[in-house]
Design a protein around this ligand. Structure first.
Ligand SMILES: [Zn+2]
Length: 393
């Protein structure tokens, strides 16, 4: 499989083209392929034979016949190769093994703590990949590549995670992750921002074909990705987090970047914690305590239990987030806005407040469809695997 993907001779060109058509639109019959390619019948028969012999495609039943013998359907062989996908965020790292149709076969997630330096994380990644291959009896030759969706900023060309903020551990500066993994596994490694890979996964999954998607993850920070005409919109350093530094109040709260009124200073987990502590300190009662380490789980539970302070802070955060989304919609004109993050899935009033605020501040673009990301926490890895596979064609 790896050989088939990397070979680049002209004679392989048509072979790969037919394979990709079956991959994208399969199962297909010979007649379908002929209609899509205009190839001579004999050429098409030869190519299909070659793909069948290499076990890259297989017969997968029969199409309905208009009379006479029903035509054979062809589909790609899903487990002819495997992809590793990695999601590196400020809260967790996930490593997964996927087949060629991007079904997740193995998955391992761990939380990022103060001890999770790049060295520790990379070692865990390598161990997980080796374990997956052992469990599934997969050789290095079956592994076609590794796709990484990470927090930025990144140097995609050199495959380096540059200097992302707010990691719990120190040491996340100029991490040459692509190089290290390429050496370990001798495969292509692709590095992209996680918000972009997630956006791409949702794009492939979307039932609204060809739509432009704005995809945002509100976690510890705020990350957004955008799909335009089926392509990931790439900024130079892949800083999907830059969205969080959009100014929403010129005289507003101070942000971690040193400026005032950035979106992040209202929406990040840290900013919500600060606001909650301020209000408790001013004498208001809350079921959360100033001394505890506040996680999303604490906030969600407190809000669901009706805690006034926590509810107010979360909805205030949603209000500013909605304004940020409206600004993005006003100049990017997406067809769909998809939102992901713990509060989005676990606390409905947060999601609703974002949508109503965004709609209020949108500039005549009322056809935008809002939704929660369908693939939830798997979006980043599925998209990373999809972009890796796509990079061969
Ligand atoms: Zn800022």
């Amino acid at each position: 499989m790896k050989e088939f993907l990397v070979q680049n001779l002209t004679k392989h060109h048509t072979l790969r083209k037919i394979y990709k058509l079956i991959y994208d639109h399969g199962p297909l019959t010979k007649a379908d392929l002929q209609a899509l390619t205009n190839l001579k019948h004999t050429t098409l028969v030869r190519i299909i034979d070659e793909l069948l012999t290499s076990q890259l495609i297989a017969e997968s039943g029969f199409a309905k016949s208009g009379g006479g013998r029903p035509p054979v359907l062809y589909e790609i062989v899903q487990n002819r190769g495997y992809i590793i996908a990695i999601d590196i965020s400020r809260t967790h790292t996930t490593i997964a093994l996927l087949d060629l149709k991007l079904s997740i076969i193995e998955k391992y997630t761990f939380s990022m703590t103060r001890d999770h330096t790049p060295e520790v994380v990379i070692e865990s990644i390598v161990n997980a990949i080796n374990l997956f291959m052992q469990l599934q009896d997969i050789s290095k030759d079956d592994l076609i590549g590794i796709g990484i969706g990470s927090v930025g900023p990144l140097d995609r060309e050199k495959g380096i995670i540059l200097d992302p903020d707010s990691f719990p551990s120190v040491g996340w500066k100029h991490v040459p992750i692509v190089n290290v993994l390429e050496k370990f596994f001798s495969v292509n490694v692709l590095l992209e921002n996680g918000a972009n890979t997630a956006a791409f996964a949702e794009y492939l999954h979307s039932t609204i074909k060809g739509s432009d998607i704005l995809y945002c993850i509100s976690g510890v920070g705020l990350r957004c990705g955008m799909i335009v005409n089926g392509h990931v919109l790439q900024t130079k350093t892949g800083v999907a987090s830059a969205f969080g530094h959009m100014i929403v109040d010129i005289e507003g709260k101070e942000c971690i970047c040193g400026k005032k009124g950035c979106l992040l200073s209202y929406t990040s987990l840290d900013s919500m914690k600060t606001q909650i502590i301020e209000q408790i300190s001013s004498g208001e009662k809350s079921i959360v305590s100033i001394d505890q380490e506040l996680t999303f789980e604490h906030l969600i539970n407190a809000a669901k239990a009706g805690d006034d302070i926590v509810k107010r802070v979360i909805l205030n955060s949603a209000h500013y987030y909605g304004i940020g989304i409206a600004n993005m919609i006003n100049f990017m004109h997406p067809d769909q806005v998809l939102l992901n993050g713990p509060l989005i899935y676990e606390y409905q009033p947060y999601y609703e407040k974002i949508v109503t605020t965004a709609k209020k501040f949108m500039f005549h673009n009322d056809n935008v469809i809002f939704n929660k990301g369908l693939l939830k926490e798997d979006a980043v890895i599925i998209g990373a695997a999809a972009l890796l596979f796509k990079s061969f064609f």
